[in-house]
Design a protein around this ligand. Structure first.
Ligand code: RTP
Length: 148
């Protein structure tokens, strides 16, 4: 079953959006496979966002991610990478559709509350980076009520 890496950024944690966001993924039917609240070091944030290292906003982005604790999660389910990105909404909250997480809870691109892997390959890399200890092994008993 497909997995994705989802991170609630420091603004989402500070603003008390953790329960709201976890609730959306749970209610959709996805299964929580990994979860931790952590502060990351600058070098770790730079590694996570290494593909963006040439962008002018990179230093600000790294400062933002290390400014407070983040909630790192692994969610599992059919098409969870693409569906998770749809639930999150467009990168710039001014383009995020109403009903999406960023569409409901964010205004500025530099405070957009949440990250979600953009492909199955990135998800694999990000899960390995954020959860080197591994993730939980369990299967939701709701599966027969979610998948035909
Ligand atoms: P994320 O990786 O956080 O899920 O975001 P994304 O794929 O939707 O967007 P990406 O282009 O990978 O950018 C990563 C994060 O960098 C910040 N950003 N700031 N100031 C700017 O112009 C700008 N552009 C991007 C955002 O926090 C974005 O989520």
């Amino acid at each position: 079953m497909e997995q994705t890496f989802i991170m609630i950024k420091p603004d989402g944690v500070q603003r008390g959006l953790v329960g709201e966001i976890i609730g959306r993924f749970e209610k959709k039917g996805f299964s929580l496979k990994g979860l931790k609240l952590i502060n990351v070091e600058q070098s770790f944030a730079e590694k996570h966002y290494e593909d963006l290292s040439a962008k002018p906003f990179f230093p600000k982005l790294v400062d933002y991610i290390i400014s407070g604790p983040v909630v790192a999660m692994v969610w599992e389910g059919k098409n969870v990478v693409t569906t998770g990105r749809k639930m999150i909404g467009a990168t710039n909250p001014s383009d995020s559709a109403p009903g999406t997480i960023r569409g409901e809870f964010a205004i500025d691109i530099g405070r957009n509350v949440i990250h979600g892997s953009d492909s199955v390959e990135s998800a694999r890399k990000e899960i390995a980076l954020w959860f080197p200890e591994g993730i939980a092994n369990w299967q939701s008993s709701l599966h027969p009520w979610i998948y035909e």
